[in-house]
Design a protein around this ligand. Structure first.
Ligand SMILES: Cc1cc2nc3c(=O)[nH]c(=O)nc-3n(C[C@H](O)[C@H](O)[C@H](O)COP(=O)(O)O)c2cc1C
Length: 415
């Protein structure tokens, strides 16, 4: 039976030193040119000492005209090769493998950061207050984005990353193609499940054809989007079986999106009691995945739950995100027996009775907690310790300041 401390061999030949991965968390630590700088190196040096078998970077955009957040790192060409190489060296010096998570936000572009209408498979806005209706992508633009993923992957390989992870979760462009709610196309990119998954499969194929056989290509995939009429677990199982026919090294299971944020634990109480939110789905997809290893991320906190998931064969790798913000050496803590479980820190907005009359407090708390974690990553990147006393007000001000500053800047180079 596999143990957390055991190595994991991926199909392309990469050997991960153990079964605990730091999952992707958007760092938004790009400089004025959306390139990485010394801050990301400082942050990853810290995580690299944390005992993880794999570090997955926060999402890196493949097009600077389409950012999920101000400050996203972008890879369009090799202009930042030196900094990217320093980043991978920081991970390798600590003994961890490192994957770059590649992403296009589609309709989840941040308007403050891009200053123009977002694009998407179809002109369907997010079902969130203030969402802008995106413009439908032309077939030529779709081809251009596929090519961008492949170019970015090649730059990543040159910079020393061990692999890439294609972000096909949480409502970003690839999931917008997968979901029948956001993909209303009637051409070869939409319609039945086969056509809706075509964009993802074409991205996987193009990336694979551009990088060496020993370079890992992985996918973070939603188990479902948890929306009526949306991308279902059956749809997702269909995608896993299609991915198993491609040369894919790892499928990381997550779920949800910003309309229905299952990835951060809004699932039913019974699911939360078992810690990992998407474990049952992972178990159900084993046969479709064949020999492709499966990772599960979302909710894992205790060594026992992680060990049981591996022992039961439900997954091969455990992903953890939020606990690694305040316990940067979370994997070492569990593997060395310094603690039996990891802690996460949560904040809640104040004046609940008053604010509750106008707004959905759960959503506000969700956004604040994302921001709280992002603020802590920025502290770590400056060589500081996390600030556990940081409250909702400071967090909210920092969030508005970050978005506001960028919104006042001229939108250089944007279409
Ligand atoms: C601040 C923050 C940023 C995140 N950014 C990303 C991201 O860039 N890509 C991604 O796939 N998931 C992202 N996530 C989701 C995590 O990878 C993970 O799926 C989620 O937090 C659940 O895992 P956990 O319970 O271990 O935190 C982010 C989560 C947080 C808290």
């Amino acid at each position: 039976m596999p143990e957390l401390a055991d190595t994991l061999d991926l199909p392309s030949g990469l050997r991960l030193p153990n079964r605990i991965a730091k999952a992707a968390m958007s760092e938004a630590l790009g400089d004025a040119d959306n390139s990485p700088d010394g801050r990301i190196v400082t942050l990853y040096r810290r995580w690299a000492q944390g005992g993880y078998g794999l570090l997955v970077t926060g999402n890196i955009m493949v097009d600077r005209a389409h950012l999920g957040e101000p400050g996203n790192i972008v890879i369009e060409d090799d202009r930042a090769l030196a900094q990217l190489t320093e980043w991978t060296k920081a991970a390798h010096d600590g003994g961890a493998a490192i994957f770059a998570q590649l992403n296009h936000p589609g309709r989840q572009s941040n308007l403050f950061a891009i200053g123009h209408q977002p694009v998407a498979p179809s002109a369907v806005p997010l079902a969130l207050p203030g969402a802008v209706t995106p413009r439908e992508l032309t077939p030529g633009e779709i081809e251009n984005i596929i090519e961008r993923f492949a170019n970015a992957a090649l730059v990543c390989e040159t910079a020393g990353f061990d692999g890439v992870q294609l972000h096909a979760a949480h409502g970003y462009l690839i999931t917008q193609f997968l979901s029948p709610l956001s993909n209303l196309r009637t051409d070869e990119w939409g319609g039945d499940p086969e056509k809706r998954m075509r964009f993802l499969i074409e991205v996987v194929r193009r990336v694979r054809s551009r990088v060496s056989p020993g370079f890992a290509v992985s996918v973070k995939l939603n188990s479902a989007d948890f929306q009526r009429g949306g991308f279902s677990e059956d749809d997702s199982r269909g995608v896993v079986s299609a991915l198993a026919r491609e040369s894919v090294d790892l499928i990381e299971v997550s779920g949800g999106n910003y309309e229905s944020p299952a990835m951060s634990g809004t699932a039913a109480e019974s699911t939360r009691a078992r810690e990992a939110y998407f474990l049952e789905y992972a178990r159900s997809v084993r046969s479709e995945a064949g020999s492709v290893p499966i990772a599960v991320t979302g909710g894992f906190r205790s060594r026992t739950a992680m060990q049981e998931a591996l022992a039961a064969g439900d997954c091969d790798l455990v992903g953890i995100a939020r606990p690694t913000v305040t316990t940067t050496n979370a994997a070492a803590v569990l593997l060395d027996g310094q603690a039996d479980a990891l802690e996460t820190h949560e904040i809640k907005v104040g004046m609940r009775r008053f604010l509750g009359r106008f707004a959905d407090l759960k959503s506000i708390d969700g956004v604040l907690n994302l921001s709280w974690n992002a603020d802590q990553l920025h502290r770590l990147a400056r060589g500081l310790e996390p600030d556990l006393q940081r409250g909702p007000l400071k967090t909210a001000v920092a969030m508005v300041r970050r978005n506001g500053r960028v919104s006042l800047k001229p939108k250089r180079g944007l279409a």
